[in-house]
Design a protein around this ligand. Structure first.
Ligand code: NAP
Length: 246
């Protein structure tokens, strides 16, 4: 029996877990950071941090994991780095499943920046009404921009200690379609969309909507991720797993 640990928190990770679990001789365990409230730990699901790279190494050893798949979000750089270090340390095969990033096309008005801090710095130069779609964790940094109104969209309500910028919070989960995204941008007179370059289809409609309406997009580039085997879709990850099925 080959035991796989999938580091999750993405749609692709859940899909891969479902498909890999149906293979012969493969046992799957999924790990989530525990950022959302719905997940409940079970036989094949564990929740919460490992306690850094040492904790992860200990876990991999104690659970006798044979293969490690890092299917975390492309902006979850710390856990990916820990996964690479831990797998190298134990000589475990490791695969990264990371969806392809979005590329700008003609008519896109993208301003690409390195990180969220840079977005905060540059927004006052040109933005008045911003659609902020970067998740819950980093919205507080924008609350210092008092002359900008923010439309924020997150999947879950930010905790009460998170200071929100001035504006309106929508609690919604994708996928979203282009027409409703266009209506949303128009309804709130949005002049700038702020997005991470997450890739994938589920949240791409806002990028198309911005393009068609001539709205600027401040696109946060991906962090640098570890070297190693990498695939962009679930089927390719499954093929990699099948290579170890005995
Ligand atoms: P991060 O900065 O890379 O990780 C911070 C710490 O959270 C890690 O050091 C680890 O704690 C713990 N952690 C992260 N992912 C974990 C996992 N799958 N299983 C167990 N522990 C995990 O990660 P993040 O950006 O906070 O993202 C947290 C989770 O949310 C990730 O699983 C990611 O896939 C998902 N997510 C992130 C984003 C985003 O924009 N960052 C968007 C959508 C989903 P220890 O050091 O204690 O092990």
């Amino acid at each position: 029996m080959v035991k796989i640990l999938i580091l999750g928190g993405t749609y692709e990770a859940s899909e891969l877990a479902k498909k890999a679990a149906s293979l012969t001789n493969i046992r799957v365990k999924v790990s989530l950071a525990g950022r959302t409230s719905q997940a409940v730990a079970s036989n094949n699901l564990r929740i919460g941090g490992f306690g850094g790279v040492t904790g992860l190494i200990e876990y991999l050893k104690s659970e006798k994991i044979d293969l490690l798949i890092d299917a975390t979000h492309p902006f979850a750089a710390k856990i990916s780095e820990n996964a690479a270090t831990a797998a190298d340390n134990l000589g475990l095969p490791r695969l990264m499943l990371i969806r392809a990033e979005w590329k700008s096309v003609i008519d896109d008005k993208w301003i690409e920046v390195e990180n969220i801090e840079t977005v905060v710095e540059i927004l006052p130069d040109f933005a008045k009404r911003v659609f902020l779609t970067i998740g819950r964790q980093e919205v507080t940094a924008f609350s210092q921009l008092e002359n900008i109104w923010f439309l924020m969209r997150t999947i879950e309500k930010p905790s009460s200690d998170i200071v929100l910028p001035k504006g309106l919070l929508l609690l919604e989960r994708g996928p979203f379609d282009k027409d409703s995204e266009k209506q949303l941008l128009q309804k709130h007179n949005i002049d700038t969309v702020v997005s991470k370059n997450s890739g994938g289809n589920a949240t791409y409609a806002k990028i198309i909507a911005a393009r068609e309406l001539g709205v600027k997009v401040v696109m946060v580039k991906r962090p640098i991720l570890p070297q190693g085997d990498r695939v962009e879709d679930v089927e390719s990850a499954l093929l990699w797993v099948k290579g170890f099925e005995s």
